[in-house]
Design a protein around this ligand. Sequence first.
Ligand SMILES: CCCCCCCCCCCCCCCC(=O)SCCNC(=O)CCNC(=O)[C@H](O)C(C)(C)COP(=O)(O)OP(=O)(O)OC[C@H]1O[C@@H](n2cnc3c(N)ncnc32)[C@H](O)[C@@H]1OP(=O)(O)O
Length: 134
Amino acid sequence: MNFYTRKWVKPEDLNPNGSLFGGTLLRWIDEEAVIYAIVQLANSHVVTKYISEINFVSSAQQGDIIELGIEATNFGTTSITMRCEVRNKITRKTILSIDKLVFVNLNKEGTPTPHGRTEITYAYVGIDKIKKDE
Ligand SMILES: CCCCCCCCCCCCCCCC(=O)SCCNC(=O)CCNC(=O)[C@H](O)C(C)(C)COP(=O)(O)OP(=O)(O)OC[C@H]1O[C@@H](n2cnc3c(N)ncnc32)[C@H](O)[C@@H]1OP(=O)(O)O
């Protein structure tokens, strides 16, 4: 699993108890996962379809540095399934885990369309190769 994104937990990210707000963390994960899906499927028109059980394992506090990890676990016909783990960068303690995030590859009309991908792309995919809607 690659931990590409690091976040520094700031005052505006906190809930009234002073720990990292769960909704903020989920927003960061959705964003991270959609970028991962766009790169893997080489298409900018992908949407979040399904997110499985979310396990908030431990909390993060102001000042903590956390990192978000995403890994593709299955390439379907029109979908990609990923798993996610968030951990404290310093202690490596798990903060959250999600077993399944499913994103669907869409065409210009917004209909699910085959992506033709079968395995993880590790090499850099040029941004010019990512299909964008016109
Ligand atoms: C890096 C450079 C970028 C440059 C460029 C930037 C562009 C920057 C763009 C940003 C983009 C932001 C995007 C953000 C992410 C949102 O915020 S997306 C917003 C939230 N999501 C939505 O609004 C989606 C709403 N849902 C839908 O529109 C429809 O459900 C969908 C997605 C079109 C799918 O329709 P459907 O009838 O369920 O389709 P169906 O053919 O039955 O299934 C499609 C696939 O989903 C799977 N599936 C269906 N239901 C389920 C389920 N419950 N569980 C698991 N899998 C399921 C199916 O098995 C199938 O997969 P395959 O077997 O083909 O692999």
